[in-house]
Design a protein around this ligand. Sequence first.
Ligand code: WT7
Length: 642
Amino acid sequence: MSETIDAFLKENRTFPPPTEFAKQAWVNNDDPYKRAEDNYEKFWEGFASELHWFKKWSKALEWKPPHAKWFVGGKLNISYNCLDRHLSAHKNKAALIWEGEPGETRTLTYYDLYREVNKFANVLKKFGVKRGDRVSIYLPMIPELPIAMLACTRIGATHSVVFSAFSAQALRDRNQDSQAKVLITADGYYRSGNVEKLKERADLALKESPSVKQVVIVKRMGNAVTMESGRDHWWHELMQEADDYCKPEEMDSEDPLYILYTSGSTGKPKGVLHTTGGYLTGVYATNKWVFDIKDNDTYWCTADIGWVTGHSYIVYGPLANGATSLMYEGSPDYPQKDRFWAIIEKHNVNIFYTAPTAIRTFMKWGAQWPEKRDMSSLRLLGSVGEPINPEAWIWYHETIGKGRCPVVDTWWQTETGSILITPLPGHTILKPGSATKPFPGIAAMVVDEHGKEVPPGTGGYLVITKPWPSMLRTIYGDPDRYVKQYWNKFGGKFYFTGDGAKRDKDGYFWLLGRIDDVINVSGHRISTMEVESALVEHDAVAEAAVVGKNHEIKGQAIVAFVTLGDGYKPSDQLKEGLREKVKEVIGPIAKPDAIIFSDDLPKTRSGKIMRRILQDLAEGRPVGDTTTLRDPGVVERIKQQL
Ligand code: WT7
């Protein structure tokens, strides 16, 4: 097997920052890159100094590979930095604008949020929650979710947010792993106009969560719930009695902040542990520079707070910046397919951050939906979660941004805590499909199997070669797994991201997807992402997922699962057209052996395509676990096409 990945896609379009945008941007020259290059510890100290510390750190970094400590000896409190710090200048500025699925709005000013957080911190204290204790939060996208998170940080408890669409079993496993003392949940929530009975799922999980002694329930829907006396309490009743000031705990910079479970491709979920000072510095800095956040902006990240994107870029990053962060409870197609655009119009959103899978869905729904709405308030667009294919990038730039807004394609992971590879919108010349360059202070490289840097244009493993403030510190309860998973591959020298990438001659990074998703066809290591990107360049294709299937001669053969855009019908002729398209864009080597049309693809609830399932289908194996799928029915529907 060759040691690198063959990278084929060529994308030559470039987009310099619009002059007006560059003029007003936080960064519009390469000074920060130079400063960071000179001394990256000092560079990060600059951002840390913009935050509030009860006691200043004595040393920026203590690096005993693979263990980093940042801002050693410093004392701070996250809720203080996200709330108290802004009360003088921004007391009555909107901190959170929340829109419920049925259309109601709740705006919490910094002062409102401050009061709610203080009160709920006192509720937690009353239940005996202390510094270092774990609290599970199983809430939908309602303001009580960030309130509960910030209340934990106020008293130094470690929160573990469990995505509200996860199953009872997932919640149980996480409660058990973290040994949470308290669970915060809700009676139910809206999803596409239906009531999801959350408390029922929580009750199932609680049967096998012996560490959880107290449960707090937010009344969101008013659906009937069972309350276990002595254990279950209503949020609103507790809040009525709670004092409205709680002194913030002075936390050590390296004290735990939160655990967030992320499913690895194999094995049980990993509890990624983030700590206090470094994490806040990382999300504060990147939210400010990557999204160019200014005092008057309304900023909207569409992720669910159950994912790291929501932790870092709905809650901690924006609030640390004193910004206005919008959160939306429901589905993008409720009551109609223009809901996101209606929200942008209604709230005058300036900065919009979403995922490629959402963008491709919007493309499929058609430009008539955004075109009905006035979105002239937008000035910057962002993308995260997977490689954005140039086709989708251009559509986003043209149809949503009207060619006016830079698009920041931000690469990062749950483990990295904050964005690591990204354009800075007032400075970077954009190339559609490239996450461009490491954020100042971040050192990334593309290497071969032996850890040797590969030449420009060649694909390899993406590694991070220096520690950064918001890096995960360990896997909760499994320190060996931390070392094995992220550091052993390259002898403890580099952080191994698990992603493939190539750099071009200008030093730009092009992400090639997870290394596990690379297919080996006759000795050529082909990134599934590149074949998918070629397929969606065809007018008829809305979305594509590509997997490898065992092949006697070639090693692996390429199988493509394709969803067509509205108005296109499957046919053999179209299959041939798609094969030709791949040949034209990549070369004959990458022509799919089989093409399967399907109305949808198996996706996780965060929108990632589960290629493992498609591979099972392609190879005719029984399909493994489908419980994490957004729509498990899709598997049966694809089977009928085989
Ligand atoms: C994986 C991390 C980080 C927040 C959301 C996902 C992929 C993420 C990009 C991007 C190409 C990307 C990578 C990464 N990914 N952003 N801009 N371009 N790939 O967090 O669930 O921890 O997933 O998502 O494969 O390793 P996560």
